[in-house]
Design a protein around this ligand. Structure first.
Ligand SMILES: NC(=O)c1ccc[n+]([C@@H]2O[C@H](COP(=O)([O-])OP(=O)(O)OC[C@H]3O[C@@H](n4cnc5c(N)ncnc54)[C@H](OP(=O)(O)O)[C@@H]3O)[C@@H](O)[C@H]2O)c1
Length: 330
């Protein structure tokens, strides 16, 4: 089968289309005929060989050369212990190696695709949607509260705006000039264009800041939090952030956030996204009900996946970049 692979760390130019053996599911796995996959900042970090990833995925070169974790497709075969899925089911979820014609994953990482949702829409949801939903929960947002989303127009941000609105929050979105209309169209009540205005310098106070970028100091963010406000540290800037900046932001988040949270009523909450079947079902329901509409900037074929990864790596994706894997890629 055809699949996207990377055999060394570097720019997206190291990504190659390759022909590999079709994967075989273990007793607990499901084999999916992939119909669509979407890209995440994580894919860009993996290819670049960010230092944290190297500790886990291979110091000099990647041990696992597969790419892509968000998948939607049709169940082709199931292992003998799989009880929840059968061949022909349309599913979406998380796997290793979504950027290929077939992928295997565990049944706990998959849910049924709502019938009125396309494979492209379903594939855009898993990691970014879970990150947005779980981060909003960390912020303990209540209906009517004010929430600011910094980095509102990437994969995570576009879901965060819509999920926060569905929870009843009054949402302020921070983005660049070209995305102002986009965030309004997905429901943001207020928009701050970061190229013209610094949100930490105005007089507004927020109950929750959902920070996808972490490009302001803790003091600056505390200034615009309410006295018992929560700043959720979701990320450190998306696919385009330089490694040096990322290390600074991660270190700040790890050490300063914890210390500050123990000495003041304002909290800085850090979290890692977890695979949760219940959360994926909830997100699928929100999408089916039209409360969450994935923003897909562009779709590519599998042949063009390296080009899509280059676009992601530039750091200014509008919503999601999706790879459609159909007959034309075979
Ligand atoms: N906590 C977790 O477990 C977890 C899981 C998944 C992802 N994440 C993190 O979440 C973050 C977002 O991921 P993503 O997939 O949404 O990334 P992405 O799709 O690459 O989006 C990045 C967004 O950041 C915006 N941006 C860049 N510079 C900005 C600035 N100075 N101020 C405000 N916005 C700015 C860009 O918007 P413009 O084009 O308008 O500049 C772009 O839309 C990443 O840091 C990622 O690592 C964390």
């Amino acid at each position: 089968m055809k699949a996207t692979r990377y055999f060394e760390y570097g720019s997206p130019d190291v990504v190659k289309l390759d022909y590999v053996e079709k994967p075989v599911p273990t007793d607990n796995q499901v084999l999916i005929k992939v119909r669509a996959a979407s890209l995440n900042a994580l894919d860009a970090y993996m290819i670049r060989g960010a230092w944290l990833n190297r500790l886990i995925f291979g110091l000099r070169k990647p041990r696992d050369t597969r790419l892509g974790c968000d998948v939607a497709g049709v169940v082709e075969a199931v292992g003998k212990n799989v009880t929840q899925f059968k061949p022909g089911d349309e599913v979406f979820g998380i796997c290793r190696g979504a950027l290929g014609e077939y992928a295997c994953t565990f049944e706990r990482a998959l849910v049924m695709k709502p019938p009125n949702v396309s494979f492209e829409q379903a594939a855009s949801l898993p990691l970014a949607g879970l990150t947005a939903l779980q981060g909003i929960r960390e912020g303990k947002i209540q209906p009517g509260q004010k929430m600011l989303i910094n980095g509102a127009t990437g994969g995570v941000g576009t879901f965060a705006v819509q999920i926060a609105k569905s929870f009843g929050a009054e949402v302020t979105a921070v983005c660049s000039t070209r995305n102002v209309d986009l965030v309004r169209s997905i429901g943001a009540d207020h928009v701050i264009d970061y190229t013209k205005e610094d949100f930490t310098k105005n007089d507004q106070r927020y109950d929750v800041i959902f920070d996808n970028v972490c490009n302001h100091s803790f003091t600056e963010r505390r200034r615009v939090l309410t006295p018992k406000g929560i700043c959720v540290l979701a990320g450190m800037g998306g696919a385009g952030v330089k490694e040096g900046q990322a290390i600074g932001r991660i270190a700040g988040n790890l050490f300063t956030a914890r210390g500050l949270s123990s000495f003041t009523d304002q909290k800085f909450a850090q979290y890692m996204t977890k695979m949760s079947k219940d959360d994926l079902i909830l997100l699928g329901d929100l999408m089916q009900a039209g409360k969450v509409r994935p923003v897909i900037e562009q779709t590519y074929t599998l042949n063009d996946a390296p080009e899509a990864l280059r676009q992601l790596d530039a750091g200014h994706a509008r919503g999601k970049l999706v790879i459609t894997i159909g007959e034309e890629s075979r």
